[in-house]
Design a protein around this ligand. Structure first.
Ligand code: GLN
Length: 212
């Protein structure tokens, strides 16, 4: 099973290494044809304005939208979250409007533009995630079909899921955290081999299973 990492810009290598660490074959995606045969796609952190330009330049917008609409799991981290939102506060055009949320870029301001914290992330079990936030976005509005996966202690939303689309404000790939990538791998396995997994009925902790 292969999972792609959008490799236009940003924290690409770290996602590739995290996928390798859980036994998944990573594929760098730069052109539409690179999506062929993939079972999932990760959109890394970086600068969303740069990603926006490169996505347009390489004609990736429609092919990635179609891939996501086919049910393939998509994970966006940080800038990757921004490009997945249907709405970006301040009025920038969305890039891949797949996630019914309003996202605010650089939401922590200058005084706290980077920080690390132990973040409860209940669907991953009792051990919190070591979350590294770097000029991170926040989700201001959550649409009706969107599930909140994690919040900061003050209640601000930093991780969400809408069906096959997941987005998180922070960088698990910089912290040696593999559980979020395992979750994507479990969804990717279900996508590539429907009926094999148990994701659909929700009765088993499918997301905690061994990497495939
Ligand atoms: N501040 C960046 C943006 O607005 C995101 C930062 C990141 O991905 N670490 O696009």
């Amino acid at each position: 099973m292969k999972i792609g990492v959008l490799a236009l810009h940003g924290a690409v290598i770290e996602h590739i290494e995290t996928l390798r660490a859980i036994g998944i074959e990573p594929v760098t995606v730069r052109l539409p044809e690179d999506l062929e045969g993939l079972s999932g796609l990760i959109m890394p952190g970086g600068e969303s304005t740069t990603m926006r330009k490169l996505v347009a330049r390489w004609g990736l917008r429609e092919p990635i939208m179609a891939f996501a609409r086919s049910g393939a799991p998509i994970l966006g981290t940080c800038a990757g979250m921004i490009v997945l939102a249907t709405e970006i506060a301040g009025g920038e055009e969305p890039v891949f409007p797949l996630l019914d949320v309003t996202v605010q870029r650089n939401a922590f301001g200058r005084q706290l533009d980077s920080f690390e914290t132990e973040l409860p992330f209940p669907i991953l079990g009792d051990t919190p995630v070591h979350a590294i936030f770097i000029r991170a976005p926040i989700i201001e509005r959550v649409g009706p079909g969107v599930e909140v996966l994690a919040r900061l202690p003050d209640g601000r939303v930093v991780a969400v899921r809408q069906g096959n689309v997941l987005a998180i404000s922070f960088h698990p790939e910089l912290a040696g955290e593999t559980r979020i990538h395992r979750l994507v791998a479990a969804l990717a396995s279900e996508y590539s081999d429907p009926g094999e997994g148990t994701a659909a009925d929700g009765t088993e902790p499918w997301f905690m299973g061994e990497a495939v």
